[in-house]
Design a protein around this ligand. Structure first.
Ligand SMILES: Cc1ncc(COP(=O)(O)O)c(C=O)c1O
Length: 173
């Protein structure tokens, strides 16, 4: 939890990939051949299958961070079941930290956010839906007026690309 002291300044990115087209045959063949050739165990114990799984996970983590140009000293990669689980983990961390420090949580979200992000408002007492890009721009340029106050934790969520319309939102926010 010590790391969460800096949570106000963390820029979190949840990457979701929706498979719209048929998966490639080569992908399934390579994957099944990998599972047939190697025995993967629970990565948290000391046996050979566990070590194989652990090394594999480490290699995938490193490769993914490199793909995003993310310095492993500053960024970590957390594997989760799906986007909803990732979002739940983030808000659970905020709630735990808020409860431990008696700090209220403010939550803001853009109207184009996926329902999993809209649902987060139920976990907070203070929340605001930004109904347009302009409203967000005004909020940012005002220095955060109408957002979290001093001694409040703030979390703002918006989609990089709308699931509804495909419209891309500014990454600069
Ligand atoms: C923000 C967000 N939440 C939830 C979902 C639903 O996906 P999942 O089944 O991975 O939770 C998506 C899908 O694109 C998403 O972008």
């Amino acid at each position: 939890m010590a790391g969460l002291r800096y949570v106000q300044y963390i820029h979190m990115v949840v990457v979701t990939l929706t498979i719209l087209q048929l998966y490639a045959r080569s992908l399934i063949e390579e994957f099944s051949s990998d599972l047939i050739t190697n025995l993967y165990g629970n990565p948290h114990s000391a046996s050979t299958p566990s070590a194989i799984a652990g090394h594999r996970v480490d290699a995938i983590r490193e490769r993914t961070l490199r793909f995003f140009g993310a310095d492993p000293d500053e960024f970590d990669l957390v594997f989760v079941a799906n986007a909803t689980a990732a979002i739940k983990m983030v808000i659970d961390c905020f709630k735990d930290y808020a409860a431990a420090t008696n700090t209220p949580v403010w939550y803001g979200y853009h109207k184009d956010a996926h329902t999993s992000l809209v649902g987060v408002r139920e976990a907070t007492k203070m929340h605001r839906c930004f109904s347009s890009d302009e409203e967000v721009e005004n909020w940012i340029s005002s220095g955060g007026f109408g957002g979290p106050r001093a001694r409040q934790l703030g979390l703002f969520a918006y989609p990089g690309q709308s699931n509804m319309t495909g419209r891309r939102l500014p990454l600069s926010w």
